[in-house]
Design a protein around this ligand. Structure first.
Ligand code: SF4
Length: 284
């Protein structure tokens, strides 16, 4: 019941209301993800002064500006790079990255795999809506097969990334996935991710109603999310006679919840211990 009443959580306490009205289109899932994130932060009792939000470019990254905390809106694909420096320099801060599928997996893909490899204590929330929404609706690394975008006018034929499998394989200590329409479950997942000591990667299946949804006739927001959950398949289809054959793989939903949780040495603590050892050796 507490998940429904949300205790004393009031999202307005965490927002820069002076920036409203916000830019999000009606039905966009990013606002729900933002609510779940702030709800998780509230439940963890994190003071806004101790919270740092680093966000990249796109509709996903733009949401970070509305959070009344220490916020950094940085260059395209680089929020994990900026967040790495910040988390190393200020381990007292809770650092959370907000990024999108294009920002995180295309231009920022290299930063993602190395952030997973290092296992520095920060949380990456990747909003996956299968498209570059803000920049005009181009295909991203997670655009499902056959979907129409401004750069795939006859339907996408590229295999998509399974971002969670990628993060786990690269060494992320905590990996999970959830859909926006299960908001309490998403809040719980984000809460566990932030509490985890190490690099946490959370993929949020969100929806771009205005650009992606309309172009593909995917219906209203909840329908879009469930369709996305059941159709986004990593490299599981083939092309036969010029047609994409992927229906057998659309029967199974993507898994949600915590997918990987392992305790690996956290990089920040190891880095500081190493630096202290060097300093001590120089003094002796
Ligand atoms: S363009 Fe798409 S992702 Fe961007 S705010 Fe509108 S619905 Fe959301």
């Amino acid at each position: 019941m507490d998940e429904i009443s949300a205790d004393s959580f009031n999202i307005r306490d965490y927002l820069r209301l002076e920036l409203f009205p916000h830019f999000l289109c009606p039905g966009c899932g990013h606002g729900i993800a933002l609510r779940a994130l702030l709800w998780a932060i509230h439940e963890l009792g994190i003071d806004k002064n101790d919270l740092a939000i680093v966000s990249g470019i796109g509709c996903s990254g733009r949401t970070g500006a509305y959070i009344d905390a220490n916020t950094f809106h940085v260059t395209h694909g680089r929020p994990l790079a900026f967040a790495t420096g910040l988390a190393l320099a200020r381990p007292d801060l809770e650092v959370v990255v907000i990024t999108g599928d294009g920002d995180c997996l295309a231009i920022g893909g290299n930063h993602l795999i190395h952030a997973c490899r290092r296992n520095l204590n920060l949380t990456c929330m990747m909003l996956n809506n299968e498209v570059y929404g803000m920049t005009g609706g181009q295909a991203s690394p997670t655009t499902s097969a056959t979907r129409y975008t401004t750069t795939t006018q006859s339907g996408s034929i590229e295999p998509v990334f399974d971002a969670c499998a990628l993060a786990a394989a690269a060494g992320a200590g905590f990996v999970g996935r959830e859909v926006t329409i299960q908001t309490p479950a998403l809040k719980n997942l984000l809460r566990d991710a932030i509490a985890h000591k190490g690099f946490s990667f959370v993929e949020v299946l969100s929806d771009c109603t205005e650009i992606f949804g309309r172009k593909n006739d995917l219906g209203e927001s909840p329908e879009m999310i469930m369709t996305q959950k059941s159709t986004m398949r990593p490299a599981s289809y083939g092309v036969v006679g010029g047609n994409i054959v992927d229906e057998p793989f659309r029967a199974t939903n993507l898994k949600t919840g915590i997918l990987t949780r392992t305790d690996r040495p956290e990089y920040g603590a190891a880095y500081r211990a190493h630096a202290a050892g060097i300093r001590a050796a120089r003094k002796s």
